[in-house]
Design a protein around this ligand. Structure first.
Ligand code: MN
Length: 569
């Protein structure tokens, strides 16, 4: 009774005049008929045709296979909307009502409304099979019209969308798992770095204390301490590099590109690298920039790259060698910074392995330490700043490591020039009043180290607290000149404590210096944003620590003077 059984119409009127043309026409029609038949009986997609009211008239093999109904069970009985998820049909009706601004009844109208107006319509809905199982389908619906263009029915062609939906779901799940794993990894790395830094802080801190203490260590003690310090700082570099690389690889490292003055960066790097160069008898020459160049870069990271290249150039140089730093604008809009050494140089095979982690070429044979991670980190950092890094080398003559960054325009002048920087680092000889420093720290080794360091300054009295609540209590009672605050504290964190101190008018003016093993750039950024006066990372570098303390005391001093003046007037 269905059209599939009766077959498509094959006109056969002119059989008597069966010429060759007629035979060809017959053949073609047969072929078309076979195709039409094959389409209708295909098991791969459901074909459902309805009358103009939506009552099913045709239900092909594919529809039978997918939905589990026999054609006879549905033809002349139900509408396609009856075998869809009713809630979805309802939702579609509501969405269409909104979209078209006219009320649409949930039911077949919701499926056919667009098609009845000649609008192409493909929708995704869930089909419900005879046995109650469900599957997502993509259905294309078109109106069927007679010769007078009146709608006589609808054709719905559906395909099973389960496979795609399953892939979508799996993909979403996989992404969420990966995201969680990535987050866990980052957190683990951050915690691990903190855990490793804490004992290293004690090792480096106390070794520095012995190195610089009185009575001075004997020559043999000095040698031992130097070894401890050398190994300790190396271990610290290693932790930093591994952490950096892991963060970059997990896409977790965020840079903050800004216009950075190349001259400033070079000067800062020069100051930082000078002691290392002097210690090895290597002469480093920096360029004097005629024109001020600004590169689009992350200030901290561009320094890190340059320091790494400089440090390598010094380490792998010949005795009494030189390092030459130059800046050239070869390509318009780009500046190339070159670091040239007079070391052994690299073979082309060596160069090929250079920017890969854990490849230290022949350097394993030398005394120099290094994981080779440094250059990999540099490469990733430069690339993150939209730059390029490379090397040219001649065996026996030396290497030129270079990187290129985009030039940018000078930043708008702002009130960056900090007043604190203008304050002299030197201890004010006129200062006679006893200053009070409060140190909030839960780690006894760190407290002991700071106690010993501060003991060298008879003008500073040290108060300590093991946790933030006790620290806040002491701060309110003793009103110290400067507070030194650990971040990871039991109970109230250092950042929370800073907030509490800032809200109290009695303590709000006190400069609070963070001293934390959370040493990621984003930790430091977060800390400074929270309002810390400075953010020092553990392990304590004795000089940096003492200088910062001095700056903070000077700021506290001038603040006190201003407050006195205000009171007097
Ligand atoms: Mn702590």
């Amino acid at each position: 009774m269905s059209e599939t059984e009766s077959g498509p119409l094959v006109g056969d009127e002119g059989g008597k005049a069966a010429g060759i043309t007629e035979m060809r026409r017959q053949e073609a029609l047969l072929k078309t008929g076979a195709l039409q038949n094959a389409i209708l009986t295909s098991a791969n997609f459901s074909i459902i045709a309805t009358d103009e009211k939506g009552i099913i008239q045709l239900f092909n093999v594919g529809a039978e296979r997918m939905l589990g109904y026999r054609a006879a069970e549905v033809v002349n009985r139900i509408r396609p909307s009856d075998i869809h998820d009713p809630e979805e049909v309802m939702a579609r009706a509501q969405a269409l009502s909104l979209e078209l601004g006219t009320p649409i009844t949930p039911g077949f109208e919701a499926l056919a409304f667009k098609a009845s107006r000649g609008i192409e319509d493909i929708y995704e809905l869930t089909y419900i099979c005879k046995d109650g199982t469900r599957f997502p389908a993509i259905v294309s619906i078109t109106a069927l019209r007679d010769d007078y263009d009146d709608v006589i029915g609808y054709l719905l062609i559906g395909t099973d969308n389960s496979a795609r939906k399953r892939v979508e779901v799996e993909l979403r799940e996989a992404m969420s798992v990966a995201k969680k794993a990535n987050l866990a990894k980052s957190e683990f790395l951050s915690r691990m770095s903190h855990e490793l830094r804490t004992p290293l802080g004690a090792i480096l801190g106390f070794a520095q204390l012995i190195e610089s203490g009185t009575p001075q260590p004997t020559p043999s003690q000095k040698r031992s301490v130097d070894q401890i310090l050398k190994a300790g700082w190396y271990l610290l570099d290693l932790i930093n590099e591994v952490l950096d690389l892991a963060l970059i690889e997990s896409g977790k490292l965020s840079l903050s590109p800004e216009p950075v003055s190349l001259a400033d960066v070079l000067l800062e790097c020069q100051t930082m690298i000078e002691p290392q160069a002097q210690g090895r008898g290597i002469r480093v020459s920096f360029p004097r920039l005629e024109t001020p160049h600004f590169v689009k870069a992350d200030r901290t990271r561009v320094k890190q790259v340059l320091i790494n290249l400089l440090s390598n150039a010094i380490k792998y140089n010949k005795p009494g060698g030189t390092v030459l730093v130059t800046c050239v604008v070869n390509t318009p809009g780009r500046v190339r910074i070159c670091v040239e050494d007079t070391g052994e140089g690299l073979s082309s095979a060596g160069i090929a392995q250079l920017f890969q982690p854990f490849n230290r070429l022949g350097r394993a044979a030398t005394e120099e330490e290094g994981t080779g991670i440094g250059l990999v980190v540099c490469k990733r950092l430069v690339e993150l700043m939209e730059g390029v890094i490379g090397v040219e080398s001649t065996v026996g003559r030396g290497s030129v490591f270079w990187f290129e960054l985009n030039l940018t325009t000078k930043p708008q002048p702002s009130e960056v020039a900090s007043t604190a920087a203008a304050i002299a680092l030197e201890q004010d000889p006129a200062r006679t009043r006893l200053r009070t420093l409060l140190y909030v720290e839960d780690n006894p080794a760190n407290r002991m180290l700071v106690e010993d360091l501060v003991a060298r300054r008879p003008d500073i009295r040290l108060l300590t607290a093991e946790d933030a609540s006790r620290g806040i209590e002491i701060a309110r009672a003793a009103l110290p000149d400067v507070i030194l605050m650990d971040i990871n504290l039991p109970g109230i964190s250092g950042i929370q404590a800073l907030g509490i101190l800032a809200e109290d008018s009695a303590t709000a003016h006190i400069p609070v210096v963070a001293l934390s093993a959370n040493a990621l750039p984003r930790d430091i950024e977060r800390g400074l944003q929270a309002g810390f006066f400075r953010y020092l990372t553990k392990p304590i570098k004795v000089n940096e620590f003492m200088n910062t303390l001095e700056v903070a005391l000077n700021v506290a001093e001038s603040q006190a003077a201003r407050m006195d003046e205000a009171e007097a007037s």
